[in-house]
Each structure stands twice: as structure tokens, then as C-alpha cells.
Ligand binder design. Sequence first.
Ligand code: ADP
Length: 297
Amino acid sequence: MTASGPQDEQPAAPAAAVASSPDPGRPAAVEFAGVSKVYGAGTPRQFVAIKDVSFSIPDLAGRGEFCSFLGPSGCGKSTVLRLVAGLGPQHPPTSGTVRVLGNEVVGPGADRGMVFQDYTSFDNRTVLDNVVFGLECRGVSRQQRDSEGRDWIERVGLDPARDAEKYPHELSGGMRQRVAIARTLILRPRVILMDEPFGALDPATRLDMQDLLVRLWREVQATVLFVTHSVEEAVYLGDRVFLMDTTPGRIAEEIRLPTPAAPAREAQSEPWFNDQVTRIHQAIERIEAAAEPIPEP
Ligand code: ADP
């Protein structure tokens, strides 16, 4: 199923909502063309996770788009994200094509970086050694990577003097996710994939992390695909929300939203924000109520 167009009916939103236009000659940052994924194909446990999913996220020059994926549990959000990442068993798709920056995805690549919900740091490495892990794999000299690593530790709101030599078990959940973000962004991916990165954090830390992410996203100017269960988070962070339907997973609606113009706590108490959140909650409730038994592939 092809995604529908942007919504016309939007609650009054800040003027900063105007998105830059994509350059028609530039390949999309991420493109799905008729993508389906069937797990356990040909076995009694065969399951159609997503069916005929098509969408295109433009590679906006000097900016990048922030796209959130929302929908009921099991609708295929993580499947979509991991197909972009080129990670099995989601990759390869059963049919259709996934392209990143014009190239068909054949596996993981340096153009993409992923941040997961679980704290994926190496327990036996310090914060600094976790942050610079990818640079080490690329053969960057110790001096260069330590300098870049300390810079990134600071950019994600940690204190290099205090935190660089700590081990993951000495950090709070929010601090660990800052390390995970630094470890991904230090490699300068053009496409950042985030699977519920703040799902395990308390509400206040979550808002702090949203502010941090908006700031870093502006700095690195990358395209972000962000999976979340939180409607508030999707509406605050997303230039666009892909609302997914279930059994089989597909894009039900694309919703255009204003780029964050105020800190999370402020923006999330504005009337347009609450109107939009209510509307999307209602749409998800309709999707859940209409969910049908799994059809034949
Ligand atoms: P979401 O992220 O929206 O919760 P997922 O993409 O994780 O959804 O999963 C979509 C559906 O595919 C779910 O019903 C899930 O149980 C199923 N699924 C995911 N991964 C596998 C797998 N490796 N094998 C079989 N089924 C899977």
C-alpha cells in the first residue's frame, strides 16, 4: 500500500512548520518501493509482518528530515527500521526494494547508524572507549579518536573530565543513552535509525533527551527514522509521522508536523500540540479496533 499524502487538516501550528523543499535531482534519503516481509515463509509459522509498503523520505539539503513511526505493537515498525539498517532477519525484504541515498540496501553500511532501546554499550569499555569504538574499527589514531570522543561526550551533555573513564554500570539510563547516541553520531551517518531509544527512561529524562536530540539533529543535519510508542514524542520530534496499520503492517497515514521550535516541555503544553496528539491517539484506537486476523500472504 502506498502512503497517503500529507494531511490538510492541521491544528494551528507554529510558523516554523514550513519544511524545505526536496531537490528533485537528489536521490531520496530512504525509499521503500512495494516492500513486504514474510517471516517463516513456506512454514506453518509463516507471518506477513509488512505488506506492500511504499514511502519516500527526501534527502533535504543542509537539514535532513525527522520521521517518526507510530502504530500498535506488532505493526512492523522495527521491521521497517531494520530493513533500512540492513540487519537480519528483517533484511532482506521478501519482495520490493529498500534504497538509501539511491542505493539498494544490501547490508549494514557507514551511511547508516542505529540507536536501540536497550543499553548496548560494551560493559568492559569506559565511556570514552565506547564512544570511539567505531573510529577504532576505522583505524583512526588513538590521539585523534580520544579528541573526537571527548568532544562528543561533551556534545551529548556529559562531562568528559568526570565521565570519560567511567564504566557503563556507573551510569544512569539517560547517561547510557547519551553514550549510545554519541557512539552513533561520531561516525557521521547520513541516516540515523532510532528504535525506541528513550522507551526505558523516566518521563523527565525523556523530555531532556528529546531536547538533546533536536539540538544534535540540527547540528548533524542527518535524516532520522525514529520508532516510538509515544504519540507525544512522535508529534514533538517528527517533521512527519508515519502512522502504521496492522495485520499486515502498512502505512495508514502520513502526517506533516511543525519542526520543534520550542523546548519539549514548552511545546508539549501548547494547544495545537494537544489537539494533534488527541487526533493521532484516536486514529490509533481506530486501527486497533479494526485489526483483523492475519490474512494469507
Ligand atoms: P513493532 O516494532 O511494530 O512492534 P515488529 O516489526 O517488531 O513490530 O514485528 C512485526 C511483527 O512481526 C510482529 O507480529 C512480530 O511478532 C513479527 N516478527 C518480528 N520479527 C520476527 C521474526 N524474526 N520472526 C517471526 N516473526 C517476527
